[in-house]
Design a binder for this molecule. Sequence first.
Ligand code: BES
Ligand code: MN
Ligand code: ZN
Length: 498
Amino acid sequence: MTDHSTMTTSVSPISDLEVDLLVLPTWIDDDLSDVPGLIEACGGALENARTRGEWSGKPYTLCIAALTTSEWRASRLLLIGAGDGVTSTGQVRRLATTATLAGRSRRVSSLAFYLRGQLDCREAGQAAAEGLTLGEFDSGTYKTENDKHRIQDFIVSRCPGVDAGLMSAVKRGRLLGECSNEARALANEPGNSLTPTVFAERAHSLAKGTNLEVEVLGPTEMEELGLGMLLGVARGSAESPRLIVMHHRPEGAPKAPVLGLVGKGITFDSGGISLKPADSMERMKDDMVGGAAVICAMRAIDQLNVPINVIGVVPATENLPGGRAIKPGDVLRSAAGKTVEIINTDAEGRLVLGDALWYAKRCGATHLVDVATLTGGCIVALGTITSGLFGSPGVWVDAVRRAADVAGDQVWELPVFDEYKQQIDSEIADVKNAAGREASAITAAMFLKVFAGDTPWAHLDVAGTAWIDEARPYQAKGPSGVAVRTLVELACASKSWA
Ligand code: BES
Ligand code: MN
Ligand code: ZN
C-alpha cells in the first residue's frame, strides 16, 4: 500500500533539498542557530510568527512559512513543535508522523524531514522513517470517492556530511513502518471480507517474495491434533477456522533459541452465545489485531534476515452464536490435554490462544510471546495509551519490555502471581475460561500461563491500544499497528534476551 512512494536520504546542505515541504522539529525558545540562513530565507515570516505566538515550539504545534529566496530550493518550511527539545526516538517517530499528516492535508507531493538534536543518527533516522511511513496509512479503503492525498517522495536528512549509517537505518524504519501499515490494513478489513480463510490467504500473499514458509491447517488437521478449544470456538460459525503457521528458518541459525509468536486471530467476535451488546460491536472486526501483528512482524523478520528461527502461529476463527455453538457449561478438551469449562463464550481469545501456544511449543518454540485484544479489563486498567504486559520469568518479560521501548509501543507490566490462579479453578474440569470482574485482565493471562507451562512466556493485551478512537496530532484515527515493531525488535535482540 506504500509502494507508490519513495523514501531516500540526503546529507547535502539543507538549503539544497528540493521539495514542496521542508520539515524541521522546533522547540521552545529555539533560535534555529544550527540551521544558518533559514530565518532569513523566510523573509520575515518566522519573526512575525514568533511575535504572534504561532511559532512557539509547543508540542505538535505547526508553523508554516514560504521559503522566499532562490538559494533555498524547498518551497515551504514546516516547523513542528517538540516542546523542550528532541530528546527521544519516540518523539522523532511522532514528529515524523505529524509531518506526513500535515503534508498530506496540504497536498504536497514531496517532503523532507530534517533531523535536529543530539540523538544517535541511526536510531533517529529509523524512527523518522517509521513515523513518516505510519502517516501514510489510509483507512478509507471502501470509499468509492476517496480524495485522500498521497505524498510521492520522502527524504530523511541531517547535518551535511554526517551519514553514519543513515541510509540503512532509514531502510529499516521504512520496512517497519510498512509492515505496521500492512497490519493496520488487515485490522481495518471488515469481518465479511476478512474471514479466517481470507486471513490465511493474506498471510500467503504477505509471504510472497520472502523465504518464509507458510502452512495453513484446516478443521481436519485440527481434529487430528486435538485442538479442541480452537474447534470449540469455531463451532458457532459457518466459516471454516484456520491455523496459520509461518516459519522463518534462516540458514545457519542456531538450534536454540526459537522464538514463538502467537497472535489472536478472531476475525469477528460477537461474543457467541454470551452475546455482546450491539453498542460498538462493529469494532470487534479488529479482534484479529494480534494475529495481524504476528503475520506482519514475520514478514519484517524475514526481510531483515534475523539470524534465529522464528515461528508465527495465528489461530483464526469467528466467534458467532450459531446452532452448534459452544454454550456456557460445556467442557472442552484442549490440545495440551487439559479440560476447560466454558463459563462465558465471549472469553474465546484465551481458548484459541491456549491451543496455539501448545502448537508453537510443539514446533520447538523455546520463548513465547502472544499478542491479543484479550480483555475489556485491560482497557479499564490501562486505558487506550498503554498495552498490558504479563509473563514469566522476569528476564523474559524485561526483554519484551525493552523491545517495546525501542519500538515505541507503550507497555506496563501487570502481575501473574500464583494466587490469581485459584480464580480460574473449575468444579467440573481442570480450569474455567472466565472468572469474575476482579482482575479480569490478569485472570485471562493466568489461563494462558497454564498453556505456556514452564516455557518463558510473555503476553501483550492490546485491547485498548489496537484502535485509536480519537485522532491525535501524531496518530490518525483507526487501527494503530500496535505490537508489530515490538515483535520485530524483540527478534532482532536475541543476543540480549538472557
Ligand atoms: N475481544 C474481547 C476483548 C475486547 C473488549 C477487546 C473490548 C477490545 C474491546 C474479548 O474476547 C472479550 O470479549 N473479553 C471479555 C472476557 C470476559 C467475558 C471474561 C471481556 O474482557 O469482557
Ligand atoms: Mn470475546
Ligand atoms: Zn475477543
